[in-house]
Design a protein around this ligand. Structure first.
Ligand code: AP5
Ligand code: MG
Length: 208
């Protein structure tokens, strides 16, 4: 079960990846989460990635390809994995082809105004990464994670100007992957405007 979640910022890739990972016991590999963790830890990778992320640009392929190649070599990926936010351009897709085959690519689509509103209202747990939305999916106790009790934070790149730039980057760099995987007939289009459980029910139709 080697899966990719593809889609613009805020379409719900992380939300769906968490559900798949927990139900099917396969790792959720989010390059965005790995890079944010590196920034928090102040590593060389984090220092290199920070300026690109804060400007809504892609982090250079060579850095990201290496992270993913290493992560996919871990034993927990033998039974499958969910890639969230990788690949993000054609160079990355070709690099992935040389490492692991892919069974299904889920493309989560959503109108742009909805994406902007979702990202502005998103909060994430600073410890376990669980995703919330202030209106659609608020925590039980304001400002704190339901699962682990730690503080919720707003992502540095969820500011209006950076959101706009991320959406432009998606259109230019990532959208060509729709044709790339469409031609291989492994792409499944999902209506990400529906509520998260309905989107997930669609995904499950394609999983074993
Ligand atoms: P990354 O962390 O991957 O961010 P992104 O692609 O911009 O996507 P998001 O995480 O913002 O959105 P999502 O689709 O996961 O939505 P979510 O489920 O959270 O990347 C960040 C940056 O890192 C990039 O800009 C780049 O700089 C760098 N980077 C990462 N990978 C890279 C790569 N491969 N190459 C180069 N650079 C890379 O949901 C959003 C909100 O909506 C939440 O509040 C959620 O609760 C809510 N929500 C979700 N689904 C629904 C629904 N169905 N209905 C209503 N609300 C919903
Ligand atoms: Mg995400």
């Amino acid at each position: 079960m080697n899966l990719i979640l593809l889609g613009p910022p805020g379409s719900g890739k992380g939300t769906q990846a968490e559900k798949i990972s927990s139900d099917y016991d396969v790792p959720h590999i989010s390059t965005g989460n790995i890079l944010r963790h590196a920034i928090d830890q102040g590593t060389d990778l984090g220092l290199s990635a920070k300026k690109y992320m804060n400007e809504g640009k892609l982090v250079p392929d060579e850095l990201v390809d290496e992270i993913v190649a290493e992560r996919l070599s871990f034993l927990d990926c033998n039974r499958g994995f969910v890639l969230d936010g990788f690949p993000r351009d054609l160079t990355q897709a070709k690099a992935l082809e040389g490492i692991r085959g892919i069974d299904t690519v889920f493309l989560v689509e959503c109108p742009q105004q909805t994406l902007i509103s979702r990202l502005s209202n998103r909060r994430e747990c600073s410890s376990c990464g669980k995703i919330y939305h202030l209106l659609n999916n608020p925590p039980n106790r304001e400002g704190f994670c339901d699962d682990c009790g730690n503080k919720l934070i707003q992502r540095a790149d969820d500011q209006p100007q950076t959101i706009k730039k991320r959406l432009t980057t998606y259109e230019k760099e990532t959208k060509p992957l729709i044709d790339y995987y469409g031609e291989e007939r492994i792409l499944v289009r999902l209506d990400g405007f529906q509520n998260p459980d309905t989107v997930y029910a669609e995904i499950k139709k394609y999983l074993p």
